[in-house]
Design a protein. Sequence first.
Length: 174
Amino acid sequence: MDEHLQVIANLSAAKFRDLSTAAKTTQEILNSKDVTMVTLCGKCLHVLQLALQCKHQKINQAAVDLLQTLIRDERFMNKATTSESDTLMMSTLKSITLLPVIKAPIQCRILTLIVELMCKEERRIIIEIVMEALTLCMQTYGNAEERSVQLACRAAVTQIFSSFCTLPQVNQQI
């Protein structure tokens, strides 16, 4: 994560000072023991959001790398309490609301990460989070200019539905 924040800070230093500052600040608190995982995740997601707003290809790629690292980091997703996990997942989805308007290759990578976020077996998913993810996928599909993005959106929606419908807690409630 430190590496991705450094890349973002370096690439954005000249033109995107707010992004560079946010990346450096987040990098500084990354290894602090006084910061909660929710706060740290929030800072990383803020950097992600700023990076996607700048529409600079290399910064966008580094932002997606940061998102991937964040999603796979056990500190944020696996060790969180149920309410913290719900908050982190919803915050993650809210931080990528620009998905429908960014470039196609980045859209496809983020859609893959949404599927990864939503479909991990060890995570309990609530309907509000599923709806947020599906809404984001449908908006992206509606704005897609490339067939690859449309296909990625359809695949993501199918996978999210399938994963949600086969969760043990859902099957027990039916």
